[in-house]
Design a protein around this ligand. Structure first.
Ligand code: ADP
Ligand code: TRP
Length: 330
């Protein structure tokens, strides 16, 4: 089985990215053939600042490696180091129905939030399909918000195969229901673009500030509270043992516990959880040649696979042909 996933370097990575997607990526690198990449072409749909794009790309590389991505196990690369994916995007675009892209909720959401309705933003799922299909990926581990994009990739692959023959592999999403949508400080989905995140590599002081700002209702301390409705508990579930969670739930139902108590515990556990990774990241930041080498080696390995599929595709669609077949008559 070949596993593939990508993360956009559109801002600092947060615990929603980690628990929703990256944690699965890291687990799967031990079981399957894995490719993970930094989706910097995709980030250009929301970021038009060369310094920030470069800085974020660098940061995501350090983050992933610090969190345990092992370049001996997984192929790790920058999307833009395999430009073949852009050619496949064009070829796939020529068979992608407009309606398929018009139905994508992520595009509509982004426009509503003020991003400009550029062609790149609209065609984003076709580039994502090319990312997946060029490596003949079987499994794509992501958070729930990306499910529709993988369905688009499935539809495009199916249509391509119907027209040109069985070349592309139909990918399957892999979504962990328990962490499919990690809530942010405001209770909405945590997202880089909503300003409601807790960053993975934030220091203790920032974690504290952020957790304390989580929006809660005004139920008084002594009154019972609904554990299922509490966003602090939802975050605590990511880092506490099930025994501890059961205790908190019990205390919520009985009353006498305030949101301040769970917030305090959340700060402690989050700080502890990510402490070793913060140390590792500091070490990597002293060794940037190594990080760059990892990315370049990853791209070289990825490119061999990408080139192979692209050659098959070029042949299948009629971009590569043998002129001698056409004879000499005019
Ligand atoms: P963001 O919304 O912060 O820009 P991305 O779109 O770059 O995040 O997502 C990178 C990966 O992290 C994707 O697989 C996405 O599904 C996952 N992800 C992002 N936010 C969350 C969240 N709040 N809960 C669960 N998974 C998430
Ligand atoms: N669109 C994904 C996101 O925002 C990132 C991404 C780009 C991706 N290409 C991909 C994810 C291919 C999985 C597979 O999170």
């Amino acid at each position: 089985m070949r596993v593939l996933s990508g993360i956009q370097p559109s801002g600092k990575l947060h615990i929603g990215n980690f628990f929703g997607a990256m944690k699965q990526h890291l687990e799967l690198q031990n079981e399957d053939e894995a490719l993970y990449f930094i989706a910097n072409y995709h980030a250009m749909t929301s970021l038009h600042d060369k310094e920030r794009l470069a800085r974020n790309t660098h940061d995501v590389a350090l983050d992933y490696l610090a969190l345990g991505l092992d370049p001996k196990k997984a192929i790790f690369y920058r999307q833009s180091d395999v430009p073949e994916v852009c050619e496949l995007t064009w070829i796939l675009s020529t068979i992608t129905p407009m309606g398929l892209l018009q139905r994508c909720v992520s595009y509509k959401d982004k426009i509503e939030r003020g991003l400009s309705a550029d062609h790149g933003l609209f065609a984003y799922p076709v580039l994502m399909a090319a990312d997946i299909l060029i490596y003949k990926s079987d499994i794509v581990p992501v958070g729930k918000d990306q499910k529709q994009h993988i369905e688009v990739a499935q539809d495009i692959a199916q249509k391509f195969n119907n027209i040109y023959g069985e070349i592309l592999v139909i990918p399957q999403p892999r979504i962990l229901e328990s962490t499919a949508i990690v809530p942010g400080l405001d209770g909405q989905k945590m997202s880089k673009s909503y300003g409601n995140t807790i960053e993975i590599f934030a220091n203790e002081k920032t974690i504290k500030q952020k957790v304390m700002s989580i929006v809660t209702d005004s139920t008084p301390l002594e009154e019972p509270k609904d554990p299922a409705a509490c966003k602090i508990l939802a975050l605590l579930r990511l880092v506490a043992t099930s025994e501890e969670i059961a205790e908190w739930e019990d205390r919520y139902r009985k009353g006498g516990v305030g949101y301040g108590h769970t917030k305090k515990r959340l700060v402690e556990l989050l700080t502890e959880y990510f402490r070793p990774y913060r140390e590792k990241r500091k070490e990597l930041a002293q060794n940037l040649d190594y990080v760059e080498q990892v990315l370049q080696d990853g791209a070289a390995r990825a490119r061999i696979l990408a080139r192979k599929t692209l050659d098959e595709v070029r042949e299948a669609v009629g971009l590569k042909y043998d002129p001698s077949k056409f004879g000499t008559e005019v």
